[in-house]
Each structure stands twice: as structure tokens, then as C-alpha cells.
Design a protein around this ligand. Structure first.
Ligand code: ATP
Ligand code: MG
Length: 342
């Protein structure tokens, strides 16, 4: 990771990462109100920085088209998944991002294996896919309400004892397979406190413009709070792996959760460190030939190449006459200016 920002981001998200192999007790190990000593005012600036970093790296990811990223977002109701996606992805090119929300499975989905519908929504190379709820529902809501398992029409051995341990293993293996094939999987759990959930539900009831967000079913689901905490703890313990780690993001403060999510995704992209493709000798010669032709078409009095006049060092480097500041064609300076040109 060449970028110096990478170290700072890694340090920031370190406390959120679930150490592979550790045994998590959500209530004991993670504080939903943690904010790393930051103030909301400082948070706004940090988020802006994070969002522009994501835009920069997403563009490189798309240009290289070798890796893809899958971001899984899990949370209880009112945990802030939608707002997090909206804010964190606000700067990126929508063509490179695909958001899929997973609800109660349809009849067609239930007619397939439990990972089928998620596999259909995986990112292509160069893309970031966001799962708003994910395959982890298969060891969360399905576990807390086992009638969901009955609806999955599984053969007896597949729903007998050990079903959850087997699912953890299958999910780990699936994510390993994706990682080995160039698709990085990163997982965020928005960790909301029970009291903050209550307050957010109250707000949805009390403020008319928020009424549409309220669902009585969410309040009913809250009765299973402790079962969910237990299911989350076990899931985090069993499925945070070196290749696809979990991050537990404190979610009681929306502004802080958004910074964390941007940092986690940013860290993943920086780890991939995608590069603009080097076009190669022949293609470069073609570019230069096209350039000469375009220069000759400049109207009388107009500069032949106004871009080269403004950025002489980069233009010389593009013609193979010089090296841009910072070395190599794919250097930061070169990339910045290529981007502006595009
Ligand atoms: P929002 O409420 O913000 O629109 P949401 O993700 O809560 O977003 P809903 O339509 O309210 O969306 O709820 C989706 C429901 O689908 C959740 O209660 C979730 O537990 C349930 N669900 C998701 N996956 C499964 C699954 N595999 N089996 C059973 N239920 C599932
Ligand atoms: Mg809901």
C-alpha cells in the first residue's frame, strides 16, 4: 500500500475489526457509543475526505477491471444501513456501484440453495457491490426464527444438528473462493444499542415526515433483541476470517458510523491498490498519432493543445520524453491529471 493515508486508516479501523478466531461477546466487547474521541464537527470533514478517497479508488478499480469488492452491511432495524450507503457512496460513480437489498425470500428463491440469490448479485470485476442485508441473514433471522429454515425445504440432513456451524463453514468457504478469484469481501455490522433503537422508532412515530419509515413489525422483532445479540456474537466469532473480516461499527451516532464505513471500504480499496492500466507501446504510438491529427485541426489562433500548455511535465511524460513528478506513468500526479482530462 503505497498511499500514506493507508496507515492512518488502518489505525482508525483497527479497534473495530473482529480478530479472526476470537470469541466475541457483543455486549462486552463493543460499545455502540464509541467515537474514537472525535467531535461531530471534525467528523464532517473526515467524511468528506473519506468520500473523495473512495471516488478516487473506485475509478481506479473500474479502470483496472481485475478486482471486485463486495461490501456486506448488516444491522438490526433502524441501524442506519440506508443512510450509511447514501452518505458513504455519495461521491462515487453510480455506474460502478450496485446496491442489492435482501428481504424475505421469494418462492423462487426458496426453491434454490440458500446462497443462490446472493450469488446472483455479486459484483463484476471493477465493480463495488453493496449488500443491504446479506447472506448473513441465513444465520441471523433464519436462526432466531427457525420457521424460516422449514420454509427452505431442506432435506433432513441439511437442517439437522450442526446446521449453523455448517453454514458458517460454507459461508467462509464461499467467501474464500470469491477472494481467491479477485473479489474482496468486507463485512460491516452496524452495532446499535437497544435504547438508541427505541429512540429512533419513537422519532419515526412522532415526526410525520418519518412515519413512512415506521413498521410495527420492527417493534415486534425487537422482542427478540437478546436472541439477535447472541446470534450476532456467534456469527462474528465464526465468520471473521483473515480473507473476509468483520468490522463492528458503533452505530449510535450516525455521523461516526458513516466515517467508519467509509474508512473500512477505503481500507479495502487501498489494500487492492488498483492501477490504471498501462496502455503499452503500440497503443501509446496510436495515441500520439491521434494527438498530432487533433493538433492540426486546431482553429486559427487557438492553441494546438491547451492541456499540454497547462501541464507541460505530464504532457512530456505522456510522449515518453520525460518522467512525471513522483516517477512512473501510474504515479499519483499522472493519475490526477489524467482524471481531470477525462
Ligand atoms: P428498511 O426497513 O430500511 O426498508 P429492511 O432491510 O429492514 O430495510 P424490510 O423490508 O423492512 O427491509 O425487511 C426485510 C426483512 O426481510 C427483514 O425483517 C429481514 O429479517 C428479512 N429477511 C432477510 N433475509 C431473510 C431470509 N433469508 N429469510 C427470512 N427473512 C429474511
Ligand atoms: Mg425494515
Amino acid at each position: 500500500m503505497a498511499d500514506e493515508r493507508a496507515g492512518r486508516i488502518a489505525e482508525f479501523i483497527g479497534p473495530l475489526r473482529v480478530k479472526p478466531g476470537s470469541k466475541v461477546d457483543l455486549g462486552r466487547d463493543f460499545d455502540p457509543r464509541y467515537k474514537a474521541g472525535l467531535k461531530k464537527r471534525e467528523g464532517a470533514e473526515l467524511l468528506r475526505t473519506g468520500v473523495s478517497l473512495l471516488a478516487e479508488y473506485q475509478q481506479r478499480l473500474a479502470a483496472q477491471s481485475t478486482y471486485g469488492v463486495l461490501l456486506c452491511l448488516q444491522a438490526l432495524d433502524a441501524g442506519g444501513k440506508d443512510g450509511t450507503i447514501r452518505h458513504v457512496m455519495s461521491g462515487v460513480n453510480p455506474q460502478g456501484v450496485r446496491v442489492s437489498s435482501f428481504k424475505v425470500p421469494s418462492a423462487e428463491e426458496l426453491d434454490h440453495d440458500y446462497l443462490w440469490r446472493y450469488a446472483h448479485r455479486l459484483p463484476a470485476r471493477g465493480e463495488i457491490a453493496i449488500f443491504n442485508r446479506s447472506h448473513y441473514e441465513e444465520v441471523l433471522v433464519v436462526r432466531v426464527h427457525p420457521e424460516n429454515l422449514v420454509r427452505q425445504q431442506l432435506p433432513d440432513p441439511a437442517r439437522g444438528p450442526g446446521v449453523w456451524d455448517r453454514r458458517y463453514q460454507e459461508i467462509n468457504n464461499w467467501e474464500r473462493y470469491l477472494t481467491d478469484n479477485g473479489f474482496k469481501v468486507v463485512k460491516i455490522f452496524l452495532n446499535l444499542s437497544k435504547e438508541e433503537q427505541r429512540l429512533r422508532f419513537m422519532k419515526r412515530i412522532d415526526l410525520p415526515e418519518k412515519n413512512w419509515k415506521f413498521s410495527a413489525a420492527d417493534v415486534r422483532e425487537r422482542r427478540w433483541w437478546d436472541d439477535y445479540q447472541q446470534a450476532f456474537s456467534e456469527m462474528l466469532s465464526a465468520t471473521s476470517t483473515t480473507w473476509a473480516p468483520w468490522y463492528v461499527v458503533p452505530a449510535d451516532r450516525k455521523w461516526f458510523a458513516r466515517i467508519c464505513a467509509a474508512a473500512v471500504l477505503g481500507h479495502t480499496l487501498m489494500d487492492i491498490d488498483p492501477q490504471y492500466p498501462d496502455v503499452g507501446e503500440q497503443a501509446r504510438n496510436d495515441l500520439l498519432a491521434a494527438k498530432r491529427e487533433l493538433e492540426q485541426e486546431a482553429p486559427a489562433g487557438a492553441p494546438a493543445d491547451p492541456y499540454a500548455a497547462r501541464h507541460p511535465a505530464t504532457a512530456r511524460a505522456a510522449e515518453g520524453k520525460d518522467t512525471p513528478t513522483g516517477g512512473g506513468r501510474a504515479s499519483g500526479a499522472g493519475r490526477q491529471e489524467k482524471r481531470k482530462r477525462g
